[in-house]
Design a binder for this molecule. Structure first.
Ligand SMILES: [Zn+2]
Length: 209
């Protein structure tokens, strides 16, 4: 009995720390609300892979870990106050999609190596931008998934880019109010701290029950 228990404990520890888990949708939650604008770029052809890589996964909503959802929901009233919406470009991402991305761009400044996993694979990262109340996108210094130095959150803007850096800085300021900071190479990517304590989730069954 004792031996069986130890085996079970060993197996469960091994499973949670070493193997990617298949998670039920309930381990992640759908982020939605009047101040969020769903615009999943990988659920469309408008991405650097040039194809919809989420269709096979039935991934048509923004799934995030409840810890991240709580922070973003706390941001919602601040967005409402400024008559803005948070555009959700990417949230939870299946591991197979990460592998496809790494094949195309094997550069860890821009794409996380699937061996260690992206924090999108953990459900604790989001790629976001801002939109006005009517859904018009707020113009930013670069497009999503711009793999140049202009995508840095501190990159200077050219004089002809007018207030674009100001728009980007407003997003950074808003996200900072709930304790989220951008990656040094991507103004649109925000994630929870202590990322490694969250397991990689290989895939979720996003089909409605
Ligand atoms: Zn990201």
């Amino acid at each position: 009995m004792r031996r069986a228990l130890l085996t079970l404990l060993f197996l469960s520890a091994f499973h949670s720390h070493c193997l990617p888990a298949h998670a039920a949708p309930s381990s992640l939650v759908v982020l939605e609300g009047p101040n969020f604008l769903l615009s999943l770029q990988y659920d469309s052809d408008h991405n650097f892979l040039k194809k919809n890589v989420y269709a096979d996964f039935n991934l048509h909503q923004c799934y995030v870990h409840p810890d991240l959802a709580a922070k973003l929901q706390a941001l919602a009233p601040k967005l409402a106050e400024k008559k803005l919406k948070l555009v959700l470009w990417d949230c939870y991402r299946p591991l197979a999609v990460q592998q496809a991305m790494w094949k195309l761009v094997p550069d860890s400044r821009y794409v996380a190596n699937p061996k260690s996993g992206s924090n999108h694979n953990r459900g604790i990262a989001v790629d976001v931008s801002l939109a006005k109340e009517d859904g018009t996108l707020v113009e930013m210094p670069t497009a999503f998934d711009d793999f140049t130095s202009f995508a840095g959150p501190k990159s200077p803007c050219k004089p002809e880019q007018g207030s674009l850096c100001g728009n980007r800085d407003l997003l950074i300021e808003l996200m900072a109010t709930v304790g989220l900071a951008p990656l040094p190479t991507e103004w649109w990517h925000y994630q929870l701290p202590s990322a490694k304590k969250y397991p990689i989730i290989e895939a979720i069954d996003a089909k409605k029950p």
